[in-house]
Design a protein around this ligand. Structure first.
Ligand SMILES: [Zn+2]
Length: 316
């Protein structure tokens, strides 16, 4: 008996070892299934982080997204790194949003990857100009009307289209169309997700409208004029500190403070991509509330709701 046990003991150990080996093999195999599936996912390139949010809503697990402008970088002056250009080689499509660096870099991106298709997410959106000077803006009493009609001349157009839920619906539809074009076998999947996302945007829009619409027209100061379309959507007035990438002169700053006092503006938004030095000065002068918000945040819906709540709360 003792002999048998002794002889059996190693064979049991071997059995256990074998089972572990088999289990490990099974695990490796099981783990490899999603890996090989993920390798099959289509890859797309986008310019900014909020676009990744849009693609994720529609592509869910089926699309891999490469973002060109890393968090914290300024998309208006960004220069893609050579390493990033190489990373684009496996991507099927570039989804633009219409920001400056795309014009300069798209051709280089195409040279890197000749098979890449370009889709314009800003297609179908009529952009509005960023007004030229602080003084000019203050001279216009109802800038909201001006925003939608003043399109003459070669004024710089506002690229921050993703910050209005209304315009985001066009971006979402364009995103779905792009994904369907490069990956037609999942057409139904993308269309279904688009439908869900569009109703999610509608609900968000209603929520923000309720927060901001009931009260009288509000104004807010912002360092970098990124919230123009948001303001336009909800009848707010965006008063930018920075204009055409420049800080205001001392005279302009004085005018701005005076204007803010007259209008009773209390909200000052600052972006993590820019210095808040001047915003702090203004905040002190008008006893305002300085709030950091990122127009390039990933959680797009939460971010917009957050900004609406700030403006709604502080401007009461
Ligand atoms: Zn910007």
């Amino acid at each position: 008996m003792n002999e048998i046990t002794k002889r059996d003991a190693p064979s049991i150990a071997t059995l256990i070892l074998c089972s572990i080996a088999v289990l490990t093999l099974v695990q490796v195999f099981v783990l490899q299934v999603p890996t090989s599936l993920s390798a099959k996912r289509v890859s797309v390139v986008v310019s900014i982080v909020p676009q990744k949010y849009f693609v994720d809503q529609i592509g869910k697990g089926k699309v891999n997204v490469i973002v060109m402008v890393p968090p914290g970088a300024n998309p208006h002056s960004y220069e893609p790194k050579p390493k990033q250009m190489i990373a684009l080689s496996g991507a099927k499509a570039y989804l633009t949003i219409g920001i400056e660096f795309e014009k300069a870099w798209l051709q280089k991106v195409l040279n890197q990857n000749r098979d890449m298709k370009i889709f314009h997410m800003e297609e179908g959106i009529k952009k509005i100009p960023i007004r030229k000077s602080v003084t000019k803006q203050y001279a216009t009493k109802s800038s909201i009307e001006t925003l939608s009609t003043d399109t003459h001349g070669d004024e710089k157009l506002d690229p921050h289209i993703w910050l209005s839920p209304i315009l985001a619906k066009t971006i979402a539809s364009n995103t779905a169309n792009a994904l369907i074009t490069i990956d037609p076998s999942n057409t139904e999947f993308y269309n279904h997700n688009l439908k869900l996302f569009l109703s999610k945007i509608d609900a968000l829009h209603e929520k923000i409208r309720k927060i901001l619409d009931e009260k009288k027209k509000k104004a807010f100061i912002v360092f970098h004029p990124a919230w123009g379309y948001f303001a336009w959507t909800y009848g707010l007035k965006e008063v930018p500190i920075e204009l055409e990438g420049k800080e205001p002169s001392p005279k302009e700053l004085k005018e701005l403070i005076q204007f803010a006092r007259q209008r009773g503006i209390k909200v000052i938004l600052v972006e993590p991509q820019f210095s808040d030095r001047i915003a702090k000065i203004i905040s002190r002068e008008i006893h305002g509330k300085l709030i950091k918000v990122d127009p390039l945040a990933y959680e797009w819906d939460i971010n917009l709701l957050h900004v609406a709540e700030i403006i709604g709360e502080v401007s009461k």
